[in-house]
Design a protein around this ligand. Structure first.
Ligand code: XMP
Ligand code: MG
Length: 179
């Protein structure tokens, strides 16, 4: 275990098993519907790479990067698109891949954008869910693990851009924040 990690919440093996289950469900549900899989950068990049290997239907992949505006506007759900999709979503069955849903504001903004662009359907797969701080009314269609209200890192998630490469998800030691 990395020296900055206080506690591992889910091991690499537990995550891989969950991702496989999610991939199997998605494969069944998207039979004949060739999804456009959208990876929300950066946090979802590892989840997305592992998940698509477990999805058996033909699919396409695209990437989107978003960031929230300052604290005051965050509550309004205003999100800035840093990198937009390369392909049109009109008429497509879109599957959004998110690392973690916290307040839900990022996701509700994304869903709104994709619906306004006339996606045929918008479905969400999120590996982690922190329902404690949810302000937007939404839930993932496919959900991996429900987490306590703690800041977590690893498996794509960062603190100050570090720890994304850890193969498990864990809680940072408090002294790392206050250093
Ligand atoms: P909202 O609040 O819009 O935010 O649902 C979702 C985004 O916030 C980030 N986030 C985290 N990142 N550890 C992280 O590394 C966490 O515990 C955490 N909680 C939220 C993440 O980028 C997510 O997409
Ligand atoms: Mg994210």
């Amino acid at each position: 275990m990395h020296n900055d990690i206080r506690e591992v919440l889910y091991s690499e093996q537990q995550i891989q098993e969950k991702v496989k289950e999610m991939g199997e469900m998605i494969s069944r549900d998207f039979e004949g519907r060739n999804p456009l899989v959208i990876c929300v950068l950066k946090g979802a990049f590892i989840f997305m790479a592992d998940l698509v290997k477990q999805i058996a239907v033909p699919l396409e992949i695209d990437f989107m990067a978003v960031s929230s505006y300052g604290v005051s506007t965050k509550s309004s759900g205003v999100v800035k698109i840093i990198k937009d999709l390369d392909v049109p979503v009109e008429g497509r069955n879109v599957l959004i891949i998110e690392d973690i849903i916290d307040s839900g504001l990022t996701l509700s903004y994304l869903i709104d954008v994709l619906e306004r662009r006339n996606a045929r359907s918008v479905t969400v797969a999120a590996l982690f869910d922190k329902p404690a701080r949810r302000t937007a009314e939404l839930d993932a269609d496919y959900k991996g693990f429900v987490l306590p209200d703690e800041f977590v890192v690893g498996y794509g998630l960062d603190y100050a851009e570090k720890y994304r490469n850890l193969p498990y998800i864990g809680i940072l030691k408090p002294e790392i924040y206050t250093k």
